[in-house]
Design a protein around this ligand. Structure first.
Ligand SMILES: Nc1nc2c(c(=O)[nH]1)N[C@H]1C(S)=C(S)[C@@H](COP(=O)(O)O)O[C@H]1N2
Ligand SMILES: [Mo]
Length: 361
């Protein structure tokens, strides 16, 4: 089966080429870990088919540049598994597009998933290479050529050296006990817990220790956050916020928007994410935000990078209902109420209270 066949069978296709597909909402809440076959796919170019003995280079500001295959990484370093939610910076973009058009695919709530990633700690590999003075960033390159506004270049992104040295940042070959599928970055990808998915390069070919961020167009002219007053044509890319840490978010996964459901007892369920902070509270309203109920939370305390799933049973009278969810994080911060307040031309970081309409009866 090809990656496209798998995506068509298990996911909601947003774009066939490059392959972009999201997890159907019901599959986001059936298990704490999202099976690889149900995990969203966000690719900027064609899926490269790389051999199992493909090598990644480690170079730049290091004393001992070298290259590794998966097998060599497995022999040289301790294997580490980290459970973390990965989310595209464009998740829930459709809800910003309801306000006004943005660029990008209209992701609903499913450009997100939670997985147990297995690989080696990037910091162990960097330590073996010997980081030199002046090292401030770690740049990564993928085997795919991607088009950013007419400029085609290999996928490239970077993270700060401080983030790269966190032991939970992995060079990963596995996901939920399985070898990575081609569409998720086989044989080796980066996994940067807590950061937007774009910092987790798939199909790694090179890791370069640098004195400045990656010069690749994905890093310099994409995944930047601007205020609503800035149009894409006028964007001064150096002034945009480089999207790294992801903000608090929550979504309703069941029922789905527009559903017709039986009146009476109804279970509402979904996810919330605070990335590195706890989700302290999730509130649900069945009357468009006038009254709020507290949802039951299911989180795993030993898994600080993972989402929290939640559910609450409500009594719905016959008729139309606007269901709303909002979360509060461990610092007491809440999501913004309205998408209008956070609209931006690229449709990133769509975190307003998630509202859906259902008919009971
Ligand atoms: N080489 C490469 N890495 C990539 C991408 C890509 O297009 N090419 N997309 C990024 C983005 S924007 C996201 S959200 C995640 C998605 O990972 P997934 O497809 O395994 O869910 O991969 C990131 N890494
Ligand atoms: Mo993304």
């Amino acid at each position: 089966m090809t990656a496209s066949d798998r995506a068509e069978q298990n996911l909601i296709l947003r774009c066939p080429e490059p392959l972009n597909a999201e997890t159907p909402p019901d599959k986001l809440i059936t298990s704490f870990l999202t099976p690889q076959a149900n995990f969203y796919i966000r690719s900027h170019g064609p899926t490269p088919e790389l051999a199992d003995d493909h090598r990644i280079a480690l170079d730049g500001l290091v004393d001992r540049p070298r290259s590794y295959t998966v097998a060599e990484l497995q022999t040289a370093f301790a294997t580490r598994t980290v459970t973390a939610t990965m989310q595209c910076a464009g998740n829930r973009r459709a809800h910003l597009q309801d306000v006004e058009k943005t660029s990008g695919d209209p992701w609903d709530v499913g450009a997100i998933g939670n997985a147990a990633w297995t690989g080696v700690a990037l910091c162990d590999v960097l330590a073996a290479a010997g980081i030199q003075d002046g090292a401030s960033f770690v740049g990564t390159t993928g085997a795919d050529d991607v088009d950013v506004d007419g400029e085609t270049a290999p996928f490239g992104a970077s993270i700060s050296i401080a983030k790269a040295l966190e032991p939970d940042v992995l060079i990963a070959w596995g996901m939920n006990g399985e070898v990575l599928a081609p569409e998720h970055g086989a044989p080796l990808r980066l996994v940067v817990p807590g950061y937007a998915g774009v910092r987790s390069a798939k199909w790694l070919t090179r890791i370069e220790v640098r004195d400045r961020p990656s010069d690749a167009p994905i890093q310099t002219k994409d995944y930047k956050l601007f205020p609503a007053s800035v149009a894409k044509e006028d964007a001064d890319w150096d002034r945009g916020l480089t999207i790294e840490e992801m903000p608090l978010n929550a979504a309703i996964c069941a029922p789905v928007d527009g559903a017709h459901i039986g009146a009476g007892a109804c279970e509402i369920a979904g996810y919330a994410v605070a990335f590195g902070r706890a989700v302290s509270r999730v509130e649900v309203s069945v009357n468009d935000g006038t009254d709020w109920l507290q949802a039951e939370l299911t989180s795993q305390p030993d898994s600080p990078w993972s989402w929290t799933q939640w559910h609450v049973t409500v009594d719905l009278s016959p008729g139309l209902h606007v269901l709303v969810v909002r979360a509060v994080d461990g610092a007491g911060q809440m999501q913004p109420e309205r998408p209008e307040a956070i609209w931006n031309f690229a449709g990133y970081l769509s975190t307003a209270w998630h509202r859906i309409t259902v008919t009971a009866g």
